[in-house]
Design a protein around this ligand. Structure first.
Ligand SMILES: [Zn+2]
Length: 398
C-alpha cells in the first residue's frame, strides 16, 4: 500500500485502541471518541487498490478537530510534493468548504490550497488566495513570496515591484537587485515602444534601487545613442571600465557604433586598448582588429591580431588565427591539417560556457539577466577564463 495512505489510517489505528478500550471492564465510555464506520469502508477501498474512492470516503467523514484537520492537511501536502496536485486540491478544498471549521484551521487549509493552485499553474486562483492570506499577519511573508513568484513568472513587473518592496519591509531581505531588474524590464518595454522619457524614468528608479545595475547602464547608454547624444552614451558605457570591466564585452558593439557616429576612430582605439587591459574578452579583441584593419589596412590588422593572440591567448582567437593561416595555404597538405585542428578547437569553443550562475551553477553562452535555472535576477556572470599577460605592453603604434 502507498505509504501516503498510512496517514489516513491513523484514525483506524486509533479505532483499534478504542476497541481495546471498550473491552476493558473499567472502561470510562465518556472519554472515548466514536469513530465513523466509513473509515472501514475507506480502508476496504484502499485494500482493493481504489485510492480515489477511499479518499472520497475519508473526506466525507473527516472529524472536525485540530488533530484530524492537520492530518488531512499533511496528507494533501504529501500528494502535492509528489506531483499529485489534483488529489491534494480535493483534500484542501473539502477542508476549506467546511463551514464549521475553526478560523485558524481554515486559514491553514487555505494556505495549502493556494499552494496547490500555484503548483498546478492556476495563477489567478492562487493569486486571489495569497492576497487573502496576505492580510493575515502569520501568513503575510510566505504569501508575499508566492505572490512575487507569480508576478515574476507572469511578467507583471509593477505588481512584482510592489510586492518585493513590501517583502523587503517585512522580512528584512534585500531585494534591491531584483527590484532594479523589474524596472529594467519596464524600461525595455518602454524603449521598444519608443517611449524614451518613460524608459529613462524607470532607469532612474532602477539606479535608486541598485546603483550598480549593469543592465540599467547598458540601457541608459542605448537611450542616449537613440537620441543622437553619442558622447553621453559613450561616457555612460565607459563608466563600466571602473566598476564592472567584466561587462565591457556586452557594450563593445554599442560603443563601436557611437564612436563611428562621432567619426572619432583615434579615441575608439585608445578605449579598446584600455578595455583589453581590464577584460581580454574575445569580442573586444575582434572589434579592435576590425578597427585597425579599417583604419590601417588588412596587413596591419593581421599583425595586431597576432600580437593580441600572444598577449591574450584564448581558444576563440586561436581558431580564427588558424582559419586565416588556412586561407593562405589553400589546397596544400598543411591546409587539410589546419582545417582539422580548427574544427576540433571550434568544437571545444562551442562547448565552453562563458556565463555562469553563482546561485545554481547554470552555464550558458550568452548573458541572462534572469537565470533560466533558478530564476534568480543578476546571478549570471561572465566567466573570465582567459589568461592575461599584464607584463607585456601592447604596442599598436603604426
Ligand atoms: Zn541560477
Amino acid at each position: 500500500m502507498d505509504p501516503a495512505w498510512l496517514l489516513l489510517l491513523l484514525p483506524t489505528a486509533a479505532f483499534s485502541g478504542w476497541v481495546a478500550a471498550q473491552r476493558k471492564p473499567n472502561n470510562t465510555r465518556g472519554n472515548s471518541k466514536k469513530l465513523p464506520e466509513a473509515y472501514f469502508k475507506g480502508l476496504s477501498f484502499l485494500l482493493n487498490e481504489e485510492p480515489d474512492k477511499a479518499l472520497q470516503v475519508f473526506l466525507q467523514v473527516v472529524e472536525i478537530d485540530k488533530e484530524t484537520v492537520e492530518m488531512h492537511t499533511a496528507l494533501g501536502n504529501l500528494f502535492r510534493r509528489r506531483g499529485e496536485v489534483e488529489r491534494a486540491t480535493r483534500i484542501h478544498q473539502s477542508l476549506v468548504a467546511r463551514t464549521d471549521l475553526d478560523q485558524s484551521l481554515r486559514t491553514m487549509a487555505l494556505f495549502e490550497l493556494a499552494q496547490d493552485y500555484f503548483k498546478a499553474g492556476l495563477f489567478d486562483r492562487a493569486e486571489n488566495l495569497f492576497h487573502e492570506l496576505n492580510q493575515v499577519d502569520e501568513y503575510r511573508e510566505p504569501a508575499s513570496r508566492f505572490l512575487l513568484q507569480i508576478y515574476d513568472q507572469e511578467k507583471e513587473w509593477r505588481n512584482a515591484i510592489s510586492v518585493a518592496e513590501d517583502l523587503q519591509r517585512i522580512s528584512n531581505q534585500n531585494l534591491s537587485v531584483s527590484i532594479a531588474q523589474y524596472y529594467c524590464e519596464l524600461a525595455e518595454k518602454a524603449i521598444t515602444e519608443g517611449s524614451l522619457d518613460e524608459a529613462s524614468k524607470y532607469l532612474r528608479l532602477a539606479f535608486k534601487s541598485n546603483s550598480h545595475c549593469v543592465r540599467a547602464v547598458i540601457q541608459s547608454g542605448r537611450i542616449s545613442s537613440m537620441l543622437g547624444n553619442h558622447t553621453n552614451a559613450i561616457a555612460i558605457w565607459r563608466g563600466l571600465e571602473h566598476w564592472a570591466p567584466d561587462a565591457l564585452g556586452e557594450v563593445v558593439s554599442h560603443i563601436a557604433n557611437s564612436y563611428e557616429a562621432l567619426d572619432d576612430h583615434k579615441s575608439f582605439l585608445l578605449f579598446l586598448e584600455n578595455a583589453l587591459e581590464k577584460n581580454p574578452d574575445p569580442r573586444i579583441i575582434s572589434t579592435l582588429v576590425e578597427a585597425v584593419k579599417k583604419q590601417r589596412g588588412e596587413l596591419e590588422g593581421q599583425a595586431v591580431f597576432l600580437k593580441l593572440v600572444r598577449k591574450y591567448p584564448n581558444l576563440e582567437s586561436l581558431c580564427q588565427l588558424l582559419g586565416t593561416a588556412n586561407g593562405s595555404n589553400t589546397g596544400s597538405e598543411v591546409s587539410n591539417d589546419l582545417t582539422i585542428v580548427a574544427s576540433l578547437i571550434s568544437q571545444v569553443v562551442k562547448k565552453e560556457r562563458e556565463y555562469h550562475c553563482r546561485q545554481c551553477g547554470f552555464n550558458s553562452h550568452s548573458v541572462h539577466w534572469q537565470c533560466p535555472g533558478c530564476k534568480g535576477w543578476g546571478t549570471v556572470q561572465k566567466t573570465l577564463s582567459h589568461r592575461t599577460d599584464h607584463g607585456q605592453q601592447l604596442d599598436l603604434a603604426p
